[in-house]
Design a protein. Structure first.
Lengths: 680, 173
């Protein structure tokens, strides 16, 4: 092209700004008009006649601009722009996510050609994938809400808009297959928006199916770009597009709202049941302005802030300073401490995100499961705004899914059984999340049959997990369902019952330093409570001194600490191995001995005993002394020490040395089985 | 050139080519009366011995972990690893922080040595492949021997030396 580059980049700038502005809602019509005129003027500066006519067209369009036309106008502007610009100018405009010119003949594009643009700019490709997946998530939750109130045009817009954006971005990047499918669905939604097509159950199904397929296609894009294999979705895609076409053709001009009395889907909450909690967040989402940051950068920041806090406490403990009588210096130091801890709190909060997204995925799951199993289930969500560490949010997804499946399949009875028990036909599955004493608790609660403790024990005996005649507390028996290979289901269904699942749940929850409790009543229902730490990065701990070493035990595991009297310590075969605390005999674990620490006090009565508890099993740790309470940043010890038991990681202490963080679960397990051996 | 040098397969190959591939810069250090060398490209830094936090249930030559400016890294005592008698740390005792590849993953580790000597440029002509010493000495992780200025330096294949300590905690059980 002969156009000067400065001119090109100016138009690019203007278009980028326009697209940015149009993404931020609401955009004033006047604003868009001004911007468009500026673009027209910029294009008009070019000498070429094509540019002049394009500029004229933009001016015309900007004059009879109406709200509904904004999107189209921008597209056409770009179409004109792309046409003048030709192929040799970098397609920077597309970076801004502006809905670009609709590709004229997407069907003609050979699938692999569509990866060329993505391959040439991996960064942009990555952004497209994350954004599109984000949008698909938004669409899904909006569709689920729309099912309840099909007449809500605002919700409909919330479904429509992200589809439009995905289509636009996919088009800009030349991913024709995605663009085509998104375009088809967008057409359907556009008809619904303008009242020319009513959204019914079939429409919702199609849109959800499209969301699934698009998610799959977009997720696989990076794989395809790097030459990997991907699922062949051509048939699914075409079938789905035909379905959309059939829907559009089949029901022309039915007024929206005419079907609003159609039966709400089973998952849906009855309208008016909890409208506040459900609709509130949508408005919040729009109101909040957010920035996307690479998670690695964020983690790095959090790490560095952790270091800063440690450096600050090293400084504060420096003898040169502690001995100083200078009051001003002391004030300044405590000011520094305030700032660093505030900074730390802020940095940590950046890693937190609400559990909402995960819960909404469960809403979809319950909807599908309930259709598949023919059970009528109402899903109640509570505490969706509860925030937790984003890694926990990601890792809790699978266990939660298993638990929901389990509850639907095993917990909730079939309709006839419920009727016989005099229960309401619609079962209630409740997912809730809340904070409790430095933990977050996620509960899955159903009003189903409850756990059959005798049956579980019988099955466990039959499967050789438990010796016959073993006497176990009901709570311990119930925990057996988390053993690998355990299943009480008499029939294997499509949903669950293959004996795969709950042990995975337990493993995942263990890995998050969480635990699962079960409360169940026969005939009334079961509640699984998953208790998780708020964050994986920091733990509130008690510092223990053993010899020259120091250990950290997470505060939540500690029940009490005491200085034992000789009368409290009992021995078996000459070895002191139990301590009596009130009426309870608690096994002793001598940390110095178990971990081979040199210089640890041998006499139990001269040391301190810290009673910890995990899953109801107490252990009395014998240490030299308690050194105080401290929040510590948890650092992994790395693969090398992956399988060291009783230790979850290391913490850098005030003096810069490392203290090992003890793992209550591991210590209890060490007591249970005699797997401990001294270091080689 | 350095990359090829590190490939363990080259060890023991009698070909002259292997010798020239193994030539290059080595950081030499002492263990007892013996001199060892490791490729400088593997070395991140050398630090004075600091407080090491011991970790339970691991073999004795794994001294524990240290805090390297906020990073927790494992420390191996090469003396104990190679079966030398234990010895108190002195002023000259150093921790060499190295990058090793353990099953393809790059990790940082510290190795405790008696003292660090120098960086040595080893010429191809000075390189000798490691002979077999029979059962008495394991030569698995010896890259080659270098005869420099009348002394013999044992060039180590660090990935192999420390590779054996991967997941070492798991072995105890």
């Amino acid at each position: 092209m002969t156009e000067p580059r400065a001119w090109n980049s100016r138009v690019d700038d203007l278009l980028t700004r326009l697209s940015c502005d149009s993404l931020v809602e609401p955009v004033g019509l006047e604003h868009v008009r001004t911007q468009l005129l500026a673009v027209a003027t910029a294009i008009g500066e070019s000498a070429s006649p094509e540019a002049q006519s394009c500029a004229d067209r933009i001016r015309l369009l900007s004059l009879d601009l109406t709200a509904a036309q904004i999107g189209r106008t921008v597209e056409e502007t770009l179409a004109g722009w792309e046409a003048i610009k030709g192929g040799d100018v970098p397609r920077d405009v597309t970076r801004a996510g502006i809905p670009p010119a609709p590709a004229p003949a997407p069907a003609a594009v050979v699938p692999d050609d569509e990866l060329a643009t993505l391959a040439s700019d991996p960064e942009m490709a990555g952004m497209f994938v994350t954004e599109a997946l984000d949008h698909l998530g938004t669409i899904e939750s909006a569709v689920l809400l729309l099912e309840i109130t099909p007449g809500d045009t605002k919700l409909l817009n919330e479904v429509f808009r992200p589809f439009h954006t995905i289509k636009g971005n996919a088009g800009a990047l030349g991913v024709a297959t995605v663009q085509e499918l998104a375009h088809k669905v967008e057409n359907l939604l556009d008809l619904a928006r303008s009242g020319k097509h009513a959204m019914g159950p079939d429409e919702f199904d199609v849109v959800l199916k499209a969301v699934d397929l698009l998610t799959l296609m977009i997720q696989e894009l990076p794989e395809r770009v790097s030459g990997g294999a991907a699922s062949d979705v051509t048939a699914r895609r075409e079938a789905l597009m035909d379905e959309v076409d059939a829907l559009i053709a089949g029901r022309p001009s039915v007024k929206t709202g005419a079907v609003s009395d159609s039966a709400p889907p089973p998952v849906a909450q009855a309208p008016g049941d909890d409208p506040g909690g459900r609709t509130q967040w949508r408005q919040d989402d729009i109101a909040q302005s957010t920035v996307k940051v690479d998670t690695r950068k964020l983690d790095n920041l959090v790490d560095m802030v952790g270091e800063l806090v440690i450096a600050q406490s090293i400084l504060a403990e420096d003898p040169a300073l502690t001995k100083s009588a200078d009051e001003r210096l002391g004030r300044r130091l405590s000011q520094l401490k305030r700032i660093t801890s505030e900074l730390q709190r802020n940095a940590m909060s950046m890693r937190m995100m609400p559990i909402r997204q995960t819960f909404q995925k469960m809403a979809r799951l319950v909807r599908d499961l309930s259709k598949k199993s023919g059970k009528n289930i109402e899903l109640v969500l509570q505490g969706e705004e509860t925030e937790l560490d984003r890694k926990v949010v990601a890792d809790i997804n699978d266990p939660l899914m298993h638990m929901v499946r389990n509850s639907v399949d095993h917990g909730i009875e079939k309709a006839d059984v419920r009727a016989a028990a005099g229960k309401p036909a619609q079962a209630v599955l409740k997912l809730s999340a809340y904070h409790q004493a430095g933990h977050i608790v996620v509960e899955i609660s159903d009003d189903g049959a409850g756990l059959n403790t005798e049956k579980i024990l019988a099955k466990a005996v039959a499967q050789g997990m438990v010796d016959e005649g073993t006497v176990m507390a009901p709570a311990d028996i119930n925990q057996l369902i988390f053993q690998p290979g355990f299943s009480t289901a008499d029939t294997i269904t499509e949903i669950s019952g293959r004996g795969v699942g709950l042990d995975v749940v337990r493993r995942n929850v263990d890995a998050l330093r969480g635990r699962i409790d079960i409360q169940t009543t026969r005939g009334i229902g079961t509640t699984f409570s998953i208790r998780l730490p708020l964050t994986l990065a920091i733990v509130d701990g008690i510092l223990l001194g053993v010899g020259a070493e120091r250990f950290v035990i997470p505060t939540f595991a500690v029940r009490e600490s005491l200085r034992p009297t000789p009368g409290q310590v009992h021995s078996v075969h000459g070895r002191e191995c139990m301590i009596q605390v009130r009426e309870r005999l608690i096994p002793i674990l001598h940390i110095g001995e178990a971990f081979g620490v040199a210089g640890a006090r041998q006499e139990i009565t001269s040391g301190t005993v810290v009673v910890i508890e995990d899953s109801g099993h107490p252990v009395a740790l014998v240490v030299d002394e308690l050194l105080g309470k401290q929040e510590v940043v948890i650092k992994s010890l790395g693969d090398t020490f992956q399988r060291v038991r009783g230790v979850t990681g290391g913490a850098i202490l005030g003096d810069g040395r490392i203290g090992l963080i003890l793992d209550a679960g591991g210590l209890v397990a060490m007591m249970g089985k005699h797997t401990m051996r001294p270091a080689a | 050139m350095m990359d090829a040098m590190m490939a363990g397969e080259e060890v023991g190959a009698q070909a002259k080519g292997a010798s020239s591939a193994m030539a290059g810069k080595y950081l030499t250090f002492a263990l007892g009366a013996e001199e060892y060398g490791l490729p400088v490209l593997k070395v991140r830094e050398i630090i004075k011995v600091m407080d090491i936090t011991q970790v339970p249930q691991v073999p004795g030559h794994v001294r524990g972990v240290i805090n390297l400016r906020g990073k927790v890294i494992p420390v191996i005592d090469l003396r104990l690893k190679f079966g030398f008698p234990s010895q108190d740390y002195t002023e000259r005792t150093c921790i060499i922080v190295v990058d090793v590849a353990l099953s393809g993953v790059k990790v940082m580790m510290g190795i405790v040595v008696d003292s660090v000597s120098e960086v040595l440029n080893v010429a191809p002509a000075e390189i000798d492949h490691a002979p077999e010493f029979g059962d008495r000495v394991t030569t698995d992780y010896i890259l080659a021997l270098a005869k420099v200025k009348g002394t013999v330096k044992i060039l180590l294949d660090l990935d192999r030396v420390l590779g054996a300590d991967e997941h070492l905690a798991g072995r105890v059980f």
